[in-house]
Design a protein around this ligand. Sequence first.
Ligand code: HEM
Length: 518
Amino acid sequence: MDTVYYLAVGSVALLFLLHYLIGGGGGGGKGKGARRLPPSPPAFPFIGHLYLVKPPLHSTLTRLAATYGPVFSLRMGSRLAVIVSSPEGAKECLTDNDLIFANRPLFPSVRLVSYNGTMLGMSNYGAHWRNLRRVAAIQLLSAHRIACMTPVISAEVRAMVRRMDHVAAAAPGGAARLQLKRRLFELSLSVLMETIARTKTSRTEANSDTDMSPEAEEFKQLLDEIIPHIGRANRWDYLPALAWFDTSGVKNKIIDAVNRRDAFLRRLIDANRKRLQDGIDLDSEDRSMIAVLLSRQKTEPDFYTDTMITALCSNLFSAGTETTSSTTEWALSLLLNHPEELKKAQAEIDAVVGTSRLVTADDVSRLPYLQCIINETLRLYPPAPLLLPHESSADCKVGGYDVPKGTMLLVNVYDIQRDPAVWEDAGKFKPQRFEDGKADEKLMMPFGMGRRKCPGDTLALRTIGLVLSTLLQCFEWDRVDGAEIDMTEGGGLTMPRAVPLEAICKPREAMRHVLKEL
Ligand code: HEM
């Protein structure tokens, strides 16, 4: 199969060469003499720098920035990309030139998963995007909605802790070896399912102590099938002329997973439609987001189509689950490798909350050291290390270089937040660097910046704070066989751990009576 592929690449490269020779130029070629593009490594004809693009992409780009500087360019097949790895460059792109860089590149793979680029996170800047963003902000992510969601988050955290306590009680010595990611993913998904769709996961007596509900299992599986194909440099994403030589069948794999994802979401939408038809939830204050959108469908059917509702739910579920659960998993991993910090966090919770009740969402704002731990985790392991790709809608300048219209922008947040010129002991886990506003002047941007900044940051931080503090309050944590936790980063659009975290979890003696009441 690969022979066919390389033959095809060879033939098309030849065509491109001819195209150059007869004067057509390529990529940024028109008027190239007058342009000063950002520096870049040597490129091959046709594929450009694709040969350099190895996962995880943020690490490759960090290495290249060390040689080519904080603003450099790569030609990824047919697409010019500018990579920015300095706080100044990031600000220049996402504050001074924010409007110019507010578009998203529409790759063939993205087209497939985003309803042709109409999803909130993937659509270009404009009236459609503004409407979607307003709907998401008002119906799910506003301060008011998040306040309404807080009891749901608390209930899900309690349920997770109860299940973990049961598993520990049944394990030898009352300490269980747990894989955390699956439980944390389920929690994030359950919170979103309840608020977006007013649908509880279908846990029964029989599966009450498993680490994932059937719905979480199904949705996680779908994301695991879709996400790796989107963040990666698929040949056919960057070499669209070769779309029909998709020898590894990426396109069909994506289509299959997307169809199953849509069926999952349609079930939630249909259940809400039925409730509305039965006169349930018609006007209640805490109606689901889907119920609100379905009622609007009656008056504005052209905007609130079923596809729009499915796309928005899909976007919120996928944006809100992996990111939030990965951050908590990274935070626990860091704490397990730094037991003195773990003890310090537990001591703070004991001092502020005590051991006679569970920590609440309101307590979290009174736990400054816990906030420092979350900040430090997001600094070292930003779940979207390159943000989402942006695209320029007009010619502009970045770092004094010319950046043509249609260029993809990757902001290497991972590199920026580990810059040794800005952060002392940049690679080390030191939560205290955030104490007393000491790092306020430094650029932290795990949620991005400007118009396309993450609209879910408040919800994410609230969830992570409550989950992490509850896990620390209720359990003693230990490494499996005392071995150092492997901190290798995985690749993809998000930055998961390469190896899911496993840890030994044992209920804290002082919390036994509270756990018994859950
Ligand atoms: C720790 C958790 C999270 C992190 C680190 C995170 C980070 C990000 C980043 C970096 C972006 C892209 C910003 C850019 O392109 O400049 C983004 C976009 C987005 N995020 Fe989040 N996110 C998190 C949680 C959430 C949650 C809980 C939701 C909602 C349920 C959410 C919804 C979205 C949406 C809808 C977008 C697309 C915005 C747009 O393109 O206009 N995120 N997020």
